[in-house]
Design a protein around this ligand. Structure first.
Ligand SMILES: *Cc1c(COP(=O)(O)O)cnc(C)c1O
Length: 376
């Protein structure tokens, strides 16, 4: 029996055809036709007009900060319950993050807390330069409510949809609810290019500027001339070829992850003190990861007891993200609320959720979780 991973890459077979084409045509040099095609196909998938393929989701968020002119002295509001890559780009440009707690009904940024934060910032005369809204664990944030609050104060939204490709909000794909949206194709995400990202926008000029900054900011001159500091942030043609193959199976990947979730719920929901991440009524969650919470007094064991028991069975499970306001690197940053994400971190566990998980893998997970429960 091999190790069961949290969220391993899952190739479809279609990738090799695209990659072989890149080799056959010698388009190994970074940019090439697969990059252009991947951008077009991806933009169509998430229903945005423009997309720039990049080396990572983090690079996409870094460029988003620069495109919105965020800099030293600025504040940027960010979801607290997320991966550090949502917040790090705020620091890259010298700005200060302000964290907002999660809504227990969605695990995403609480719109009421955001409204309170912006209201007070407006009174102080110091509105944030942007708001980074994360779509956590495959679930859309409440973009209607958050968009309304931000529009009231004219603060632009950056949507971090790295974990939620294929999720919807009121029938519309996520990633398109901010001025800019960021996606990731890291190895653990729902589709992968082994590493990569995408920046999307309805604004053609922003995406053109992103491509310019991502290719070392070369002025249009026959020699190498630069008037701006640039970056080497583009996705290579070979990796874009993998992405095109992965995009053809996105729908199947979402269904497989949702099936994992349904299987876990059917098999574990009778256990006392064990609950599943709720699905918000306004959209469809991809269930990128199946997340549970364990109330130790009712379950008879802690989240960590469960995680360690799984580990002894060679099964990888991970605690829910440690909130950014608890991270040593962001100590001293302001936080609005905090108790919700702290509880989700304390009690939350992500179960193996890959789209290639077998019935046997899931049976092993379930048997172990049930064995640890001392109140069943
Ligand atoms: C994975 C992830 C990122 C970063 O993407 P990379 O491609 O790994 O740089 C950003 N935000 C969130 C919420 C993520 O989960």
């Amino acid at each position: 029996m091999g190790r069961v991973y949290l969220s391993p890459p899952h190739m479809s077979g279609a990738e090799t055809g695209f990659v072989q084409d890149a080799f056959a045509t010698n388009w190994i040099a970074p940019l090439g036709p697969h990059v252009d095609a991947f951008e077009r196909e991806f933009a169509a998938t998430v229903q945005v007009p423009h997309a720039a393929a990049l080396s990572s989701g983090t690079a996409a968020l870094h460029l988003a900060m620069m495109l919105l002119g965020v800099g030293p002295g600025d504040e940027v509001v960010c979801s607290s319950l997320t991966f550090s890559a949502s917040a790090n780009p705020i620091a890259y440009v010298g700005a200060t993050p302000v964290f907002v707690d999660a809504d227990p009904a969605t695990w995403n940024m609480d719109p009421a807390l955001l409204a309170a934060e912006l209201e007070e910032s407006a009174v102080r005369g110091r509105l944030p330069k942007a708001v980074v809204v994360v779509d956590i664990y495959g679930q859309s944030a409440d973009h209607g409510a958050i968009g309304d609050v931000c529009a009231r104060y004219c603060v632009p939204v950056i949507e971090d949809a790295a974990e939620a490709l294929g999720a919807t909000y009121e029938g519309m794909p996520v990633g398109r609810f901010g001025v800019l949206g960021a996606f990731s194709f890291n190895g653990n995400k729902i589709i992968t290019t082994s590493g990569g990202g995408m920046l999307v926008s309805a604004d053609e000029n922003l995406i053109a500027r992103a491509r310019f900054l991502a290719t070392q900011a070369r002025d249009s001159a026959p020699h190498y001339q630069h008037s701006t500091i640039g970056f080497n942030y583009r996705l290579s043609n070979v990796l874009a070829a993998i992405g095109r193959g992965q995009l053809t199976v996105l729908g199947a990947r979402i269904e497989a992850r949702r099936a994992n979730f349904d299987f876990y719920r059917r098999s574990l929901e009778d256990l006392p003190g064990l609950e599943f991440m709720p699905e918000a009524p306004y959209g469809r969650c991809t269930r990128w990861l199946t997340c549970i919470t364990i109330e130790p007094s009712r379950f008879g064991a802690s989240r960590e007891d469960v995680r360690l028991a799984l580990e002894t069975q060679d099964i990888e499970a991970r605690p829910v993200w440690k909130p950014m306001h608890l991270q040593p690197v962001f100590s001293g940053c302001r936080v609005r609320g905090g108790a919700v994400s702290e509880r989700l971190f304390r009690n939350g566990l992500c179960l193996p959720s890959g789209s290639s998980l077998t019935d046997g893998d899931r049976a092993r997970v379930i048997a172990t979780v049930r064995r640890v429960c001392r109140k069943a």
